[in-house]
Design a protein. Structure first.
Length: 405
């Protein structure tokens, strides 16, 4: 993992959204990206249930590339970009080339950069979108539009109608082409899926490290998306031969790894570690509350998958032939279980990325000049959590952490 790329992606926590409106809470780009992928997951599950083919890997990479592009163009609003694309196509093409050039030195993975280039070209219209990908793109764009609409709905109570009426009308027009999607219909008509989303949105209001000032502040949902992206990138480095289902499972396991906190709130690590038995007790309580307060809002065709992602989330695991979850070694995960049929998950890799995110959250704030005993001790704790030379999931974690700070 290149430090410069990780730091660049972390800038997504600093990009403010809707900063020309009254905002009752901070809306930042990383949170928007996280909510968009939660919505995309649910919409895609509905389509899959109806027999439609979804290219999950494409959506995962699209979420990364959209964030990279947004970080590069943070001061250019979407309507302006749309006008550029429509009225000044040559300049829009040059703008996209400029975006790619910003990352050419940061992304040393040639295959990843090639994917990025193709994605930017597809969005610009210079590359065609393959027929078998078009429905996936349709679902992903619907998630993008609806996540923006949700932000405006959350802002509307504190903004005069005159401030937002034009934006509201525009978004309602833009969402029309996607109303064929059953999941989107259920969101808009406030069925139980909408209540599930409301629970997840609470993670946008929960601030990590809430016992100390910190710059930039990060929400639990934004943290989850950052962990998902780091899991994707580190997984590419440590094991480029992962089967596709494993890559997908790793991403969404990371995205949903703090889902229980939507109903339990964040229980900070020092409290969880207060006694030897407390971590297990807390996990048991979290699982019980999730089953009581979240499961009723999930559909039967994806609930077991989300529970698989959130239960024992930091262990390397598979689903065995008899349907039971089985903890396995990383060596076995790479050999006999590295196949779609086993639904493999690199839980330990997710844990590494969870710790990496915490380390960067503390270190970056300290370097901004906003520090505290909590941040200092948290940073030191992460730097010494993994032994020197200890290899986990194919990664020398101690070396990685010391390289990043």
């Amino acid at each position: 993992m290149e430090k410069t790329l990780a730091l660049k992606i972390f800038e997504g926590f600093s990009i403010q959204r809707w900063n020309d409106l009254v905002r009752p809470f901070e809306l930042v780009e990383m949170d928007k990206a996280g909510e968009k992928m939660v919505i995309a997951y649910i919409l895609a599950k509905y389509e899959e249930h109806k027999g439609k083919k979804i290219n999950w890997s494409w959506m995962i990479y699209a979420s990364l590339f959209d964030l990279l592009k947004k970080i590069a163009l943070c001061d250019i609003k979407a309507p302006v970009q749309q006008m550029l694309k429509k009225e000044f196509p040559d300049e829009y093409m040059r703008l996209n080339e400029w975006v790619l050039n910003q990352y050419r030195q940061l992304i040393t993975d040639d295959d990843l950069f090639s994917r990025f280039t193709i994605y930017v070209g597809q969005k610009a219209g210079s590359f065609s979108i393959p027929e078998d990908l078009q429905h996936t793109v349709h679902v992903y764009q619907a998630a993008h539009k609806y996540s923006t609409m949700r932000e405006l709905e959350m802002l509307s109570p504190v903004n005069e109608k005159e401030r937002i009426s034009d934006i509201d009308s525009q978004l309602k027009n833009e969402i029309q082409p996607y109303l064929d999607l059953e999941g989107l219909q259920k969101f808009i008509t406030h069925q139980k899926e909408f209540n599930f989303l409301l629970k997840i949105e609470q993670l946008r209001f929960q601030t990590r490290w809430n016992q100390t000032p910190r710059v930039p502040k990060t929400s639990v949902l934004g943290h989850c998306f950052f962990v998902a992206i780091m899991t994707l990138l580190l997984g590419r480095e440590s094991n480029p031969h992962m089967c596709e289902r494993r890559i997908i499972n790793n991403f969404f396991s990371a995205l949903f790894h703090d889902l229980p906190e939507s109903v339990t709130r964040d229980i900070i690590s020092p409290v969880k570690q207060a006694t030897d038995e407390l971590p297990n007790i807390v996990k048991k309580i979290e699982d019980e509350i999730v089953n009581k307060e979240l499961v009723p809002f999930m559909e039967s065709f994806y609930v077991n998958e989300i529970l698989y992602y959130t239960s024992d989330e930091f262990s390397d695991r598979i689903i065995s032939a008899d349907g039971n979850v089985e903890v396995v070694s990383w060596a076995d995960l790479n050999t006999k279980y590295n196949f779609e049929v086993y639904n493999p998950v690199d839980g330990k890799l997710v844990r590494i990325c969870d710790h990496l995110s915490a380390l960067m959250e503390a270190d970056i704030s300290i370097k901004h000049g906003t520090t505290s005993v909590h941040l200092e001790s948290g940073k030191e704790g992460m730097l010494h959590y993994y032994k020197e030379g200890q290899i986990i999931s194919g990664i020398d974690v101690n070396s990685l952490f010391n390289k990043v700070v």
